[in-house]
Design a protein around this ligand. Sequence first.
Ligand code: SF4
Length: 284
Amino acid sequence: KEFRNNVKPNWCPGCGDFSVQAAIQRAAANIGLEPEQLAVISGIGCSGRISGYINAYGLHGIHGRSLPIAQGVKLANRELTVIASGGDGDGFAIGMGHTVHAIRRNLDVTYIVMDNQIYGLTKGQTSPRSAEGFKTKSTPEGSIESTLSPLEIALSAGATFVAQSFSSDLKQLTALIEAGLQHKGFSLINVFSPCVTFNKVNTYDWFKSNIVNLEQFPDYDPSNRIAAMTKIMETNGMITGLIYQNKERKAYDELIVGFKEEGLVKQDLQLSREDFDKLLTEFK
Ligand code: SF4
């Protein structure tokens, strides 16, 4: 159960993504997965590198497209536990269409977003998660657009698992990833993961003083969707913990007729080697 490999991450020292990587590795080991039972599919951005740093199947995909690839992997081989990952720009800007539809589709994939509220890989531009007034090279006078709330969007789109955490809280983050991996259906885990190089506003200290941990509300019921939406709005999206889980709704893969049969990767293609080669030639 060794999910570490020998690849040295080239994130900046102090980047929040290190903790996300560690939490995924711990969570996968804690729930008893073997490396060959896990696939990590990532998009483009600093966070997208994560698929190369985990000893499991991995694919560093294309910008905003980790979810279609991850869903394809899951549909082809339902025996795999599948994680999709990326940053807030990747998932909530160019990839937002995929995010919303993956949420409502409810296929059994865990989507971990490293939300640093800026574009880090391209050296610091305003992202959909940046606050109004946020100054970067792309908004030198301050952003005049409102900040997108992925948790509200997820709930509105029919999400069955919505959580948020902070890369400094490795214990909570690991537990939430474990819960997401074990949830039957689509799970969204948004992680505040500071970019120490380009975002000098949303720093570790800033998050520490603005985050509201659900542990403060012992009576909170994560199965209550209205309470979840209220809590998100009351905290201006800064709530962390398991915000919402619907265990009743069936996952997409449980509803597909015939999906209980062998996954695509196990099915006999019923093609001769010659016919198979012909088919490949057609698509070259
Ligand atoms: Fe992390 Fe920011 Fe450095 Fe990218 S630029 S590796 S997000 S600290």
